[in-house]
Structure formats: structure tokens, C-alpha cells
Design a protein around this ligand. Structure first.
Ligand code: C5P
Length: 232
């Protein structure tokens, strides 16, 4: 899979999601299904979107004991999604177990990427609540390297971290980056943002874009603008 734009389908029902996707007519954007939609509609929404011909990033961010994550990943691998994820904070043992669970009997599996520190976590909350005293950039890179060593395919990170992740973990290690906004758009609650063109320049492999597309007056035009800037 090459560079691509992933649309965050942050809707609360199948109806809202499918009528949004209907707007795209012949085009089949790569879709991210997160907790809100998955918990509202269950695995059936994944099957429905898949059956319409979209690639799917199932963003459920698993984090539990290795045995539980392994078994949950085995269930998710049967949904035939393209990318799944977990929290690197679950440790290397959990990440290795996840990979084992995700791998089908024929050796194939969806890509598996790790969340390092959430972008909502800052230095202060990490020190106060998690008792992690190292600089947050160092923590993020350490988690990325642990994910790489455990055999994962990449990380979710800020586009501002993409270049360093590639430097440390290799060009093949995927960077999937939310926090993308058009130059003339509203950043909303995203703090550290980049445009699709800047994300391309720093080497992001996939950008995850939600509201700049889902809340646009013309979502298809916004999606096409993203593709043009990031891929074209
Ligand atoms: O609407 P917006 O473009 O901000 O959506 C970004 C998507 O990426 C949302 O689904 C959000 O949950 C997700 N995400 C993020 N930052 C992270 C991890 C995931 O914004 N660090």
C-alpha cells in the first residue's frame, strides 16, 4: 500500500456513515472506523463498509493483558480489515502477542500499528498521572522503537514526528498521522497541525483526516483536495 488519505468516519450510526460514503459515488476512500462507530454498530458496520469496496483502518487501540489482546486480535483478523492498532504502553509482550493473534493460518494479517503517547497527553499530565519523568519526545520515540522491535508495521503519530520516526525506525516503518488541516481551515481542537502538502513533505505514509472532510460543505471536493495535496 502506498501513500493514502484515510477519512476518519467519526459518526455515531451506520445510517450517518453510509449516507456520508454515498456522496463519494465511484470513489472509495480508505475509511477509519473508531470506537464511537464500532461500539454503536458492532462488527457489521465493518463488513458493510468492506463490502462496498473500501479499505479499513479499525482504530480500537487495544490495551490489555497479552493473552486477551491476542485473542481479540484473532477475532479482528477475521473481519479482514487493512490496519488495526493498539497502545504501545501495553508493553512489548502485549505487542508480540497481538501480532500472533492477528496472523491468520495462511500467514497473512492486517497491518498492525501502535499508538505511542496520545496527542492529548502532554508533558505535565504524563509526569503527574503516569509518573513518567522523561521528555515526551523521548518517550514517543522509545515506544516507536519498541513497536518496531516487536515486529509491528508502524505508529500513529503527529506529522511533526514522522521524519524522526522514519530516521530512527527506518523508511519502511509506517507513520499514520492525524492532526491534518488545510492552510485556510479551522484547526479546532487539534493543537499541532500540518497541511496535507506539508505532511507529504515530511514523509507521512498515511494522513488521517476527519472534520476537514466530514464537516465540509462539499466533503467530496475536500477529500479530492486532500488527495491532490498529499498524493498528487
Ligand atoms: O477531525 P479530525 O481530523 O481532528 O480527526 C482526526 C481523527 O484522528 C479522529 O478520529 C481522532 O480520534 C484521531 N486521532 C487523533 N490524534 C491521535 C490519534 C487519533 O486525532 N493522536
Amino acid at each position: 500500500m502506498g501513500r493514502d488519505v484515510i477519512v476518519a468516519c467519526d459518526f455515531s450510526s451506520a445510517e450517518a456513515t453510509l449516507s456520508f460514503l454515498d456522496k463519494f459515488k465511484g470513489r472509495k476512500p480508505f475509511c477509519k472506523i473508531g470506537m464511537e462507530l464500532y461500539y454503536a454498530e458492532g462488527p457489521e458496520i465493518v463488513r458493510q463498509i468492506k463490502a462496498r469496496g473500501h479499505k479499513i483502518f479499525l482504530d480500537l487501540k487495544l490495551h490489555d493483558i497479552p493473552n486477551t489482546v491476542k485473542k481479540a486480535m484473532a477475532v479482528l483478523s477475521r473481519l479482514d480489515v487493512d490496519i488495526c492498532n493498539l497502545h504501545a504502553a501495553g508493553t512489548s509482550a502485549m505487542m508480540r502477542a497481538a501480532l500472533e493473534g492477528l496472523t491468520r493460518p495462511d500467514g497473512t494479517r492486517p497491518l498492525l500499528i501502535a499508538v505511542t503517547q496520545l496527542t492529548s497527553t502532554d508533558q505535565e499530565s504524563m509526569e503527574r498521572d503516569l509518573l513518567i519523568k522523561e521528555p515526551i519526545d523521548k518517550v514517543v520515540m522509545h515506544y516507536a522503537e519498541c513497536a518496531k522491535l516487536a515486529g509491528l508495521d508502524g505508529v500513529v503519530c503527529s506529522p511533526l514526528e514522522a521524519a524522526v520516526v522514519h530516521e530512527r525506525c527506518g523508511r519502511e516503518f509506517l507513520t499514520v498521522t492525524p492532526g491534518v488541516r488545510f492552510a485556510d481551515g479551522d484547526a479546532g481542537d487539534q493543537r499541532r497541525v500540518m497541511t496535507p502538502a506539508e505532511a507529504k513533505r515530511v514523509g507521512s505514509d498515511y494522513i488521517v483526516v476527519g472534520r476537514p472532510i466530514t464537516a465540509a460543505a462539499d466533503p467530496v471536493a475536500a477529500y479530492e483536495r486532500c488527495c491532490e495535496e498529499f498524493i498528487g
